[in-house]
Design a protein around this ligand. Structure first.
Ligand code: HXC
Length: 511
């Protein structure tokens, strides 16, 4: 090989040099190139602009020019499918982003959009390169804009594998899925020192912006994993559910997983009292292909479950109330979580299946004053807006406004199924009886007995699913043993669905 080419290649492979690579490893982190190697099918990486470097001269920058400028970019195959990638190199100026690094990232974002392939960014950076001042900010502007233009066109995934501080965190926030790793990832707008100075609070980097904080508290992280190797394995699994872009159907897979063994769990659940808590995961496991549920936002807003699964190999997006938490009520965070997931599925042609067991929206001053009306409306909006096939199965109960969000035909569900023992109603029988029979109960010689009788009367006359089936709100009432087949047949029959909408620039979802 030509000497110069060999030298240049070596320099670009070395990143910030041996010492800094060792420091990176000592922190339990992989290097930018090692990460790409873990993501890519062997030998598939095509690199772009490995010799591009900073043009800055201020603050001694002429001494810090390293080929690549702190990011490795290009395209790889993941399980044979093309993906574009950027991977920040913390060993070069802390992975900080200046003018040229931004150009490199923007280039692969644009190529991802033009070729209709997913974009994966690996963030490990001290943020805006301070020596490059507003040129850095200008670069972020370009990256954010590209994220926005690509939103809903190609899947965008962010792997936070180091610091991601300040405005830099807004690029991942715009993307579809964010991964974080314990003890490795940190994401915040202002760090512990600034917080201490402004609010007096003492907080560590990890408590403030670590994986757990964002997976549980803020909801900024969709996936929280123990180490980097698990991240790359998980990304592969996630990509298998997604089309390359919004013009392609989601990939159908012959998983060979087959029909799960009936566990009888659904029957058990239905034989219990309407208020008994159970784990909706058991219902999902019984209905969908064995082991196919890939849960998104597992730790955040747990009163709703969202995630991808397969039904006879066809990918679907599931939204499901979780009676184990807050009795499955919809609150501010679970409405946001459900709405965002439904919008992703709709953008990428993934049908939505709703598993319903919901007593209503969450009451309380906290919820009201923090905007349950606005946030709850997001879920309604997302369902009403989505044109993919939407199927609801009412498992145990569907009350009030939450019934509409989770299972209303008129809002836009294409097929609504119910188990025979489910309750579909404007509200629970106790509350309804207290309101409409208030005077009769109060005036009765035995108010307790009369109340009980009125509750039963309401339950029998208004809540059973045949009342809704008679009105056309429920398309069919099915036995639990028929549910998997009924969902699959419904999905198949709706797969050619096309729905057109009034021309508009875009709607105004209540944000
Ligand atoms: C230039 C940077 C840098 C930055 C780190 N480095 N961040 N150089 N600009 N933003 C350099 C360090 O000077 C150091 O170089 C090398 O990278 C490694 O950094 P360390 O501090 O030694 O690493 P570590 O101890 O692991 O700490 C990592 C860190 C810390 C927590 C990220 O570096 C840090 O606090 N950096 C600054 C973060 C920050 O304030 N960023 C700007 C935010 S403003 P040497 O040569 O000394 O080893 C912003 C606005 C964006 O981002 C707005 C966009 C819209």
């Amino acid at each position: 090989m030509d000497d110069r080419l060999g030298q240049m290649r070596n320099r670009s492979q070395e990143g910030g040099g041996e010492e800094r690579v060792a420091a990176q490893h000592a922190k339990g982190k992989l290097t930018a190139r090692e990460r790409i190697a873990m993501l890519a099918d062997p030998g598939s990486f095509i690199e772009y602009n490995p010799y591009m470097t900073s043009r800055a001269v201020e603050f001694g920058m002429e001494r810090h020019r390293l080929p690549g400028d702190g990011v490795v970019t290009g395209t790889v195959l993941v399980d044979g499918r093309q993906v574009w990638v950027s991977s920040q190199d913390f060993t070069v100026l802390g992975g900080s982003l200046g003018e040229q690094q931004a150009e490199k990232i923007a280039r692969v974002q644009e190529l991802a959009l033009q070729t209709g392939c997913p974009f994966i960014q690996i963030n490990d950076s001290g943020g805006a390169r301070i020596q490059e001042g507003v040129y850095s900010l200008d670069g972020y502007g370009k990256i954010f804009r590209n994220n926005i233009l690509a939103s809903g066109v190609i899947p965008q995934i962010s792997l936070i594998l180091g610091p991601c501080a300040g405005g830099a965190a807004y690029s991942p926030a715009i993307t579809d899925f964010v991964y974080m790793v314990d003890g490795v990832s940190q994401m915040y707008i202002t760090g512990p020192d600034v917080i201490k100075a402004v609010t007096g609070e003492d907080v560590t980097h990890e408590d403030l912006g670590g994986a757990s904080a964002h997976a549980r508290k803020s909801g900024n992280a969709h996936f929280h994993l123990a180490d980097e190797a698990s991240v790359f394995a998980h990304v592969r699994r996630l990509l298998a559910y997604l089309p390359a872009n919004n013009r392609q159907p989601a990939p159908v897979e012959d998983t060979g997983a087959g029909t799960p063994q009936p566990t009888g769990k659904i029957g058990e659940i239905l034989s219990g009292r309407a208020t008994k808590a159970y784990d909706m995961h058991d219902v999902i496991d019984e209905l969908f292909d064995a082991g196919s549920f890939l849960e998104v936002h597992k730790e955040y807003a747990p009163s709703i479950l969202v995630g991808f699964a397969r039904l006879e190999g066809r990918p679907v997006g599931i939204i499901a109330n979780q009676p184990k938490f807050l009795s499955g009520t919809l609150d501010i965070n679970s409405s946001d979580k459900g709405a965002r997931f439904v919008r992703f599925c709709d953008a990428f042609n993934i049908p939505v299946i709703s598993l319903v067991d919901v007593p209503g929206y969450m009451p309380g001053t906290n919820q009201e004053w923090n905007g349950i009306i606005r946030h709850g409306a997001k879920l309604l909006y997302a369902i009403g807006e989505a044109t993919v096939p939407k199927i609801a199965l009412i498992v145990r109960k569907a009350y009030g406004g939450a019934y509409i969000a989770m299972s209303s035909r008129t809002l836009g569900y294409d097929r609504v199924l119910s188990f025979p023992t489910a309750e579909v109603a404007v509200m629970g029988a106790e509350g309804a009886a207290n309101i409409i029979f208030r005077k009769e109960i109060a005036g009765a010689s035995d108010p307790v007995a009369v109340r009980g009788q009125k509750i039963e009367e309401f339950r029998e006359n208004s809540m059973n699913p045949f009342v809704s089936a008679a009105g056309g709100m429920v398309d069919d009432v099915i036995a639990p043993g028929e549910a998997r087949q009924a969902l699959f047949r419904s999905l198949e029959s709706l797969s050619g669905k096309r729905e057109s909408r009034p021309q508009k620039k875009h709607g105004n979802i209540p944000l």
